[in-house]
Design a binder for this molecule. Structure first.
Ligand code: C2E
Ligand code: CA
Ligand code: CA
Ligand code: CA
Length: 281
């Protein structure tokens, strides 16, 4: 912590200092993580309602730290974003997920319900050359762009700038874009006026979190669907944990959902076993 003098010294807090040191240690470990093979992807199914048949998967990054075990992306992604390491990590995620998607495409053909959603951070989107990098990865992996969905967050495209320009260019190039954590930001609705997307992922706080336990949460989720239909957007309800939630969402008109009720994030082999199970039926 810094000695600022005067009253401002009062914010000096050993707990905060410890937190900063901890995050600095993690940050330097993170720099080695890719090279040491500590990063891997899990995939969580996105299913159709009411059938629960798989419609796609979301790739979710995991870090197995040699001493600490699994570190949550909610911890290491912000650290990687601050240091800029997210650019390297994000490229690795994009390439690995596309390679996996290409493999599923080869094995199971175009009927296989294996659309792959990939999280793209604001820093990546704003980086000059991001669109060219995506095109390069598509070419090298051979994955069909119609099988991908790039998930972006509202903060990335709040203001006009390179990230917003990248989103527009990606859509012009027939790549589909999802707005993640929809409803949690400051200006989710007005954002749609200047940032065209294909899919809204309705945040889990409205579905299973605190808001859902209130009447307001339920009203919002149920009314958002009419709004997305009117705008020709697809909606995915996130964080579905109970059969009752799934039934209510389905009755409200949701056709796609994701959550622990259907599956936790799992390794690619498990997804594949589920796919072959479905295809065998
Ligand atoms: P997200 O993109 O909103 O991903 C959904 C998160 O919700 C995942 O957490 C998932 O495991 C969790 N989840 C799914 N179903 C349920 C449910 O029914 N209940 C509850 N309580 N949670 C559920 P995860 O994997 O820990 O990831 C956390 C966040 O880290 C992600 O939120 C995303 O913002 C970020 N992240 C993960 N992987 C990547 C990546 O490859 N790149 C970037 N830029 N960010 C990533
Ligand atoms: Ca996401
Ligand atoms: Ca989300
Ligand atoms: Ca989230």
């Amino acid at each position: 912590a810094k000695a600022l003098g005067g009253d401002r010294l009062h914010w000096f807090d050993p707990a905060m200092d410890e937190l900063a040191a901890e995050s600095a240690r993690l940050g330097s470990d993170l720099e080695q993580a890719l090279r040491r093979g500590e990063m891997f992807l899990l995939y969580q199914p996105i299913v159709e309602l009411p059938s629960h048949r798989p419609a796609g998967v979301e790739a979710l990054l995991r870090w197995r730290h040699p001493d600490r075990g699994l570190v949550s992306p909610d911890v290491f992604i912000p650290i990687a974003e601050r240091s800029g390491l997210i650019l390297e990590l994000g490229r690795w995620v994009l390439e690995s997920a596309c390679r996996q998607a290409a493999l599923w495409q080869q094995r199971y053909g175009t009927d296989a319900p294996a659309k792959v959603s990939i999280n793209v951070s604001a820093r990546q989107l704003a980086e000059p050359g991001f669109v060219a990098e995506v095109e390069d990865i598509l070419r090298r992996t051979g994955v069909d762009r119609s099988r991908l969905l790039l998930e972006i967050t509202e903060t990335a495209v709040l203001d006009p700038g390179p990230a917003l320009a990248a989103v527009r260019e990606l859509r012009d190039r027939k790549l589909r874009i999802a707005l993640d954590d929809f409803g949690t930001g400051q200006s989710s609705l007005s954002l749609l006026l200047h940032c065209p997307v294909d899919v809204l992922k309705v945040d889990k706080s409205f579905v299973s979190g605190t808001a859902a336990t209130s009447d307001a949460g339920a009203v919002i989720v149920e009314n958002l669907i009419g709004f997305t239909t009117g705008l020709h957007l697809e909606a995915v309800a996130e964080g579905v944990e109970t059969a009752e939630q799934a039934e209510r969402l389905s009755a409200a008109g949701y056709r796609l959902a994701q959550g622990y009720l259907f599956s936790r994030p799992v390794p690619a082999e498990i997804i594949e076993a589920q796919l072959t199970g479905v295809l065998a039926k």
